[in-house]
Design a protein around this ligand. Structure first.
Ligand SMILES: NC(=O)C1=CN([C@@H]2O[C@H](COP(=O)(O)OP(=O)(O)OC[C@H]3O[C@@H](n4cnc5c(N)ncnc54)[C@H](O)[C@@H]3O)[C@@H](O)[C@H]2O)C=CC1
Ligand SMILES: O=C(O)C1=N[C@H](C(=O)O)C[C@H](O)C1
Length: 231
């Protein structure tokens, strides 16, 4: 499979290594200010920056190229991207986190939130820790986790920092080179439950993105990692 990469930073390079080992060919490495020539790619993978993701993704739709995006921090334009995908009969997967472990963790989080819906003595909060280079806060993964809690419990929104009743508070910490750690805490007067996912490195994100690209290649429509992993 021929792959075009949008973004050739930490994730772009990780994906290049994994994709090459799986027998794929990288036919374009598109960075800031580069001409977005797709060079006949079967699929594009975007791990760029929040300001660039939407235009990279819609460029793929306009050029009949399925696209997988892991870039976070651009979701205010997500519904416009879906519309553009449908208009162009394109193929698209966005995931805030492509790792198998985090996608299992998303499901665990929803189940725990559903159980907590009938136990009002527990309050939920979240902490995410990432490396100092990260541009967005809270992380995309934290937002997906918060949405999972909101869909399944009495919480109605999330807030970065201190929250009011019915808001899930998210604390974002930036330190060193941490690849990504997310903890959900449910606490009562008498005890506390924590569930944590810790990424040891970026390999899980990269492998998940390549698997998603292999799965999307000949499809049309808007999909998620739940479809790819059959969760
Ligand atoms: N969904 C997931 O599983 C994961 C998502 N991410 C997200 O992926 C994105 C990239 O992460 P990293 O590779 O760690 O960042 P990075 O900063 O190492 O790489 C981003 C690259 O995009 C380039 N870039 C800037 N403008 C661009 C443009 N217009 N078009 C194409 N490329 C452009 C930058 O020059 C840089 O090389 C971030 O939004 C991050 O949050 C990161 C890891 C996993
Ligand atoms: O920027 C990162 O590094 C990561 N970003 C994603 C996010 O915002 O959730 C996924 C992962 O946590 C690493």
């Amino acid at each position: 499979m021929k792959i075009a990469l949008f973004g050739y930073g930490k994730m772009g390079k990780m994906i290049e290594g994994i994709a090459t080992k799986r027998g794929h060919e990288i036919v374009a490495r598109i960075g800031k200010d580069d001409n977005p020539e797709l060079n006949g790619a079967d699929v594009a993978i975007d791990f760029s920056i929040p300001e660039a993701a939407f235009s990279n993704i819609t460029h793929c739709f306009e050029n009949n190229t399925p696209v997988v995006s892991g870039t976070t921090g651009w979701l205010e334009k997500y519904s416009d991207a879906i519309e553009a995908c449908k208009k162009n009969k394109g193929a698209f997967i966005y995931a805030s986190n492509f790792s198998l472990g985090v996608n299992l963790f998303f499901e665990l989080n929803k189940k725990l939130a559903a159980m907590m819906a009938s136990t009002p003595s527990y309050e939920a909060r979240m902490e995410e820790i990432h490396h100092i280079h990260k541009l967005d806060a809270p992380s995309g993964t934290a937002i997906t986790l918060a949405e999972g809690i909101i869909e399944n419990s009495a919480y109605s929104s999330w807030k970065l920092g201190e929250s009011k009743e019915n808001e899930v508070s998210i604390t974002s910490k930036r330190t060193g080179e941490v690849p990504g750690t997310h903890t959900i805490t449910w606490e009562s007067q008498v005890d506390r439950i924590d569930i944590t996912h810790t990424a040891h490195n970026r390999e899980g994100f990269g492998l998940g993105a390549v698997i998603a690209a292999e799965w999307l290649k000949d499809k049309e429509g808007v999909f998620s990692m739940k479809d790819v992993l059959n969760l």
